[in-house]
Design a protein. Structure first.
Length: 563
């Protein structure tokens, strides 16, 4: 009205300059808004990942006993990405939308309060619809994220267990399994997309109603002389401009609902209080001798109904070798898992040097307890880094001494780069015996006062086992050693042998003492010794001279084969 209708060129010039100035201000505001939300999103994402990783390090083994690796990995990756994307894009859109709606609302009310009310009349309905949509779609996104975790678990299992899959020719079955989980994820995503597809047109329809109301009522007001045509055009344009933030509303609400569902999964882990932690008044272990005492210990896994260990009591004096023998599932590994506080007993106490281990800090306790697991885990690092994992400051000479003691130095020297050779993921390029000897080297280098060998010589031959045991006996002086094994040759030299059956100690004593008793140990001895006797008898029979007739016939057959 003021420029075109009145033919005021100066006014039009000032209006053009104002538009340029506002565009420059908008560009600057957009830069800071975009940069600020991006920095915020990245920092929040990094902080959440660090907190989640720290929580993974302190959560007890019972948490991992009931959790899938894929579910945990998806929380640290996809779920946090959803939260980060919400902060980066949705927060930016919210800031811009709120600013735009506020400015337009002020302008509209300054021009005409009645048309302004009509233009903004659908806003309460849009807010109600956004809240309703968010509440309804959030469970769908939660199912999507949970199924994404299941799919990740299947993928992780197939990558880690690829050799087993191919060995049993199960590629097609595993592909079908993965496709089924992927299809389930697709269907969950479709449900969320369907809900979004219904919501988005609804927001556009509500906004169109406000535009129609402005045109209808505004047109009547123009015809009756209440407002000018310029005011009506301005109102129509401003009302149409509201469509952009309204379009954002649906996408923002959708992203927020997705981020809330992911946040629930992330904070489910972050809010988990670890049951095993250092007490506030815990003290570091000093001057450790290595006397280990189990005092009427009972233990049950959180996922089990019955107790795994029943009234376990024994004492290992410093420097003593204690062997744990028994059938599979009898509780041997559970006993050794209590010493470094991977688990805590449900009743009773575990003591080192007469002090309840719960009175020590976890870090100092686990530094004094060296462990060679039954399933050896090696990192995708150099041989030296794997051996010195517990003591990164160790010199190459100290690493070599530990490797020699574990009979690992020779095969390490035969590697392409010796101690600087990079081991494949999980040590896939090494044999079982080589991995076990590297794990023993790692435990020895850490110089613990208590050493746990969980069937750590099961993957080596008899000669190598004897050499390792000889080296361990020499190097384990003044250290308390727990050995879990089923080979009589491995445990016969132990100072104390504990026989476990169904979670209880049924026999205890030395090798000679247990042979005099009727029980599991004697049966195990008879079985293994009988196998050796049968093998020796078969060898003797194989090398006995054949009768003359048979020998002549055998030579004739051999001559035909050669010819």
């Amino acid at each position: 009205d003021n420029g075109i209708v009145d033919r005021d060129l100066d006014y039009l010039g000032r209006a053009a300059l104002l538009i340029v100035g506002l565009a420059i201000l908008q560009a600057g505001f957009t830069f800071f808004r975009t940069y600020g939300t991006h920095v915020l999103a990245e920092r929040v994402g990094n902080d959440l990942r660090n907190e989640l990783y720290a929580k993974f390090q302190e959560l007890p083994f019972q948490f991992y006993d009931r959790s899938q690796t894929g579910q945990l990995m998806s929380r640290a990756t996809d779920d946090i990405n959803n939260i980060r994307n919400m902060l980066q894009f949705s927060m930016r859109a919210i800031i811009q939308a709120v600013g735009m709606v506020a400015v337009i609302a002020v302008i509209l009310f300054l021009e005409n309060w009645l048309l302004a009310l009509i233009a903004l009349s659908t806003t309460p309905f849009l807010a109600w619809w956004g809240v309703r949509f968010s509440v309804s779609i959030r469970p769908m996104w939660l199912k999507v994220q949970q199924q994404f975790g299941v799919m990740t678990t299947v993928l992780q299992e197939n990558v880690a267990g690829g050799r087993v899959v191919r060995a049993y020719a199960q590629e097609s079955q595993e592909s079908e399994r993965f496709e089924a989980e992927l299809e389930s994820l697709f269907q969950h995503n479709l449900q969320a997309a369907n809900r979004w597809a219904v919501s988005y047109p609804m927001t556009l329809t509500l906004n169109a109603l406000s535009v129609a109301g402005v045109v209808w009522i505004g047109g009547w007001m123009v015809l009756t002389g209440r407002v000018s045509i310029g005011t009506l055009v301005a109102f129509e344009r401003y009302t149409s401009m509201l469509q952009e933030p309204i379009r954002w509303l649906g996408m923002v609400v959708n992203r927020i609902a997705q981020a809330i569902a992911s946040g629930e999964r992330v904070f489910e882990v972050l809010d988990t209080r670890p049951r095993i932690r250092s007490r506030a008044d815990a003290r570091p272990m000093t001057s450790v001798k290595g006397a280990v005492t189990f005092d009427h210990v009972n233990f049950r896994y959180s996922s089990a109904r019955a107790e795994t260990l029943h009234d376990i009591s024994f004492e290992a004096v410093p420097g003593q070798m204690v062997a744990l023998v028994g059938p599979t599932g009898s509780g041997k590994s559970s006993v050794t898992g209590l010493i470094p506080r991977f688990y805590d007993p449900t009743s009773g106490a575990v003591r080192i040097d007469g002090v309840d281990i719960r009175e020590f800090t976890l870090e100092s306790l686990r530094h004094e307890v060296g462990i060679v697991m039954q399933e050896t885990f090696l990192f995708s690092m150099t041989v030296r880094e794997n051996i010195s994992y517990g003591r990164p400051e160790a010199t190459i000479e100290q690493v070599e001494i530990a490797a020699r003691a574990a009979m690992a130095h020779e095969f390490i020297e035969r590697m392409s780069d010796g101690y600087d050779t990079v081991i494949g993921e999980r040590g896939v390029t090494l044999s079982g015996g080589q991995k076990q000897r590297l794990a023993i080297s790692r435990a020895l280098l850490n110089d613990p006062r208590v050493l746990i060998l969980d069937d750590s010589t099961a993957s080596v031959d008899s000669d190598t086992e004897h050499e390792i045991q000889t080296a361990l006996r020499t190097l384990m002086a003044n250290r308390t050693t727990f050995v879990i094994a089923q080979r009589i040759n491995t445990v016969r030299d132990a100072d104390l042998i504990l026989v476990f059956e169904e979670g209880a100690i049924t026999q205890r004593g030395t090798h000679d003492e247990l042979l005099e008793q009727r029980g599991f140990y004697r049966e195990l001895y008879d079985l293994q010794m009988r196998d050796q006797d049968d093998a020796q008898r078969a060898m003797r029979e194989a090398f006995q001279p054949l009768p003359d007739g048979v020998e002549a016939e055998s030579r004739a057959i051999a001559g035909k084969v050669v010819s």
